[in-house]
Design a protein around this ligand. Structure first.
Ligand code: CP
Length: 311
């Protein structure tokens, strides 16, 4: 794709070449992300970080990425602190913010909200999570981490565990992985299975996937284990949430018994599904995954705003 001035709303937009380009630039920008070098690549550029739903990692890593590339950040945190609360449309909001900023990263609780917003946006827009739909920049961070930790993506078996129905990170990750030669194992309760839209896409792309409720078996068969949180905020009732919370809990004993070499990822925040005793294992990569997010988001900002398409 042509990155300069593009919107990135879905992982489905990115082909293998695009993904590899983003990962390659992320590697080049890593010394800046890791504070070993300084940069003014995006001097005089302004990022609008619009987070109408809670976030720690995504917002702050986008802001860190822009600041460390010499740019500036303006932000809105929470629906109550914006004129959306007064009934302004997403499209009008986009038109206004496009006149202040050079690029926008937005998170919103409603699936499809980014598409609506994009109709009024005249500067590049990055989906930082739209409800239960997608979270493409997280998924890019995830595959950057897999490649860094395992040295490859092709040939791996990757298990995704937990809330696959409402988990936007696993939707985007599945779309990205469909561009590679991988096997996927989806581990969830039947009520929280991967949506048909995602599995239909995988079938169309010829990607092997298996659906199971058996976590132990998945750990034995996989190279990478991608855990997710059962998201209380996505369920209609507390009772429905309680039925699923705690169904899959990763313990050190389970890993040692089933597969000591497995790479363990999680988009975070975690809420009980990974016991803290796991943190000391060599394969526990979820905090390294958090660090990687800055370089990946730097690469995206650079490609959309800079001359990254010319390299
Ligand atoms: N991984 C992720 O999206 O985390 P935040 O909700 O803290 O941004």
């Amino acid at each position: 794709m042509e990155f300069q001035n593009a919107h990135i709303l879905s992982a489905q937009q990115l082909n293998t070449e695009d993904i590899e380009k983003i990962l390659r630039i992320a590697v080049e920008l890593e010394p800046i992300a890791q504070k070993k070098l300084t940069s003014d690549l995006l001097r005089n550029k302004v990022l609008a970080a619009l987070f109408y739903e809670p976030s720690t990692r995504t917002r702050l890593s986008f802001e860190t990425a822009m600041n460390r590339l010499g740019g500036r950040v303006i932000s809105v945190v929470g629906m109550d602190n914006s004129s959306l609360k007064k009934g302004e449309t997403l499209s009008d909001t986009a038109r206004v913010i496009s006149s202040y900023a050079d690029v926008i990263a937005m998170r919103h609780p409603d699936a499809g909200s980014l598409t609506e917003f994009s109709r009024g946006a005249s500067v590049p827009l990055l989906n930082a999570g739209d409800g239960v739909n997608e979270h493409p920049t997280q998924a890019l961070t995830d595959i950057f981490t897999i490649e860094k930790e395992q040295g490859r993506i092709n040939g791996l078996t990757i298990a995704m565990v937990g809330d696959l129905k409402y988990g936007r990170t696993v939707h985007s990750l599945s779309y990205l992985l469909s561009r590679f030669s991988v096997k996927l194992i989806f581990v969830s309760p039947p009520e929280l299975k991967m949506p048909d839209t995602v599995t239909a896409h995988l079938r169309e792309k010829g990607v092997y996937f298996d659906e199971t409720q058996n976590l132990e078996e998945a750990i034995r068969k996989s190279d990478v284990l991608y855990m997710t949180r059962i998201q209380k905020e996505r369920f209609a009732t507390e009772a429905e949430y309680r039925r699923h919370h705690g169904v899959y809990v990763l313990t050190k004993g389970l890993i040692e018994r089933c597969n000591q070499h497995i790479l363990i990822l999680h988009p975070l925040p975690r809420y009980g599904e990974i016991s803290s005793e796991i943190d000391e294992l060599a394969g526990a990569a979820y905090f390294r995954q958090v660090e990687n997010a800055v370089a990946v988001r730097m690469a995206l900002l650079y490609l959309l705003l800079g001359d990254g398409d010319n390299d």
